[in-house]
Structure formats: structure tokens, C-alpha cells
Design a protein around this ligand. Structure first.
Ligand SMILES: [Zn+2]
Length: 152
């Protein structure tokens, strides 16, 4: 049962977070929230293949991947160009903003929906809320560290 506006003419993908099957994707957007777990998903139209579910990614996973890549980039810049420790600390603070906001958003949504995925393990119910609360707390701690870093 696919609508003509569906972005998935061959195979219905599931939410990258909870696996909930997606019925409809508006044609004019690349970003939408899962109806079940409320996590934002991003539709990568390029360069991955057009019709596979591989191109549907959780926005929070993308944020984490970006954080990882930028951290490697920052450390490499520090090592190669002899960046000052002060500039390194500033750069690191900005990276903390990415990971902090991702963790805080995941935590808030986890508390709201009672669903959590940490690593490959998916949880629901009270256990998930404990993990979500932990993520929210660590996200807020990262944002606090960011504020400290910006005052350096
Ligand atoms: Zn979902």
C-alpha cells in the first residue's frame, strides 16, 4: 500500500532507530520524525543507491558519525599543524556541542516515548527511560563543558 508520493517504490524501509515501517514520505522533504519513536530520520538521496533502505539514516546517528569524524580531524590537525592547545580546546568545545545536543535530544525523546537504543541494543519501558535519563544528563554535562570551554 504505497502512495504515489512515496519515496520508496520497491521496498518499505523501517525506522533506523526502532524498525517501525514507514508508510509515507513527503516528496519535498529529506527530514522526518518516526511516528513511533519520534526520532528524526534523514533521507540521503545521494550518493547512496536510490531505492534501498540503506539511504535512510537516523539523524542522531549522523550527528554521532559527524562528531567522530570531526574529532579525528581535530586531533589530526593538532598533531600535524601544531595547533595551539588553546585553539584545540576551543575546537573540542564546539564538538562537544554536537555530541551534547545529540545526546540531549535522544534523551528527551527516550523519556517521552519510553524507547531507547544504546549501541545495537533496543530497549523499551522503564529500563529505556533510565538509559534516556542518563543520555539527557550526559548531554547536558557536555553542553555545560562547552560553556566552560568557550570561556577559556
Ligand atoms: Zn522509530
Amino acid at each position: 500500500m504505497l502512495s504515489p508520493a512515496s519515496a520508496f517504490p520497491y521496498r518499505r524501509p523501517g525506522c533506523p532507530y526502532c524498525g517501525h515501517l514507514i508508510d509515507h514520505w513527503p516528496r519535498d522533504t529529506n527530514l522526518q520524525s518516526c511516528q513511533l519513536c519520534l526520532r528524526p530520520m534523514v533521507l540521503l538521496r545521494w550518493p547512496t543507491d536510490w531505492n534501498g533502505p540503506k539511504r535512510l539514516r537516523g539523524l542522531l546517528d549522523v550527528g554521532f558519525a559527524l562528531y567522530g569524524l570531526l574529532t579525528i580531524g581535530l586531533v589530526a590537525t593538532f598533531v600535524v599543524t601544531g595547533l595551539s592547545p588553546h585553539a584545540f580546546a576551543k575546537g573540542f568545545s564546539v564538538l562537544l556541542f554536537i555530541v551534547g545536543s545529540v545526546l540531549a535530544a535522544d534523551g528527551v525523546l527516550g523519556l517521552r516515548t519510553g524507547m531507547d537504543k544504546t549501541g545495537k541494543r533496543f530497549r523499551s519501558g522503564p529500563g529505556a527511560r533510565v538509559f534516556a535519563g542518563g543520555k539527557l544528563a550526559s548531554g547536558l554535562a557536555a553542553i555545560l563543558l562547552l560553556c566552560v570551554g568557550l570561556t577559556l
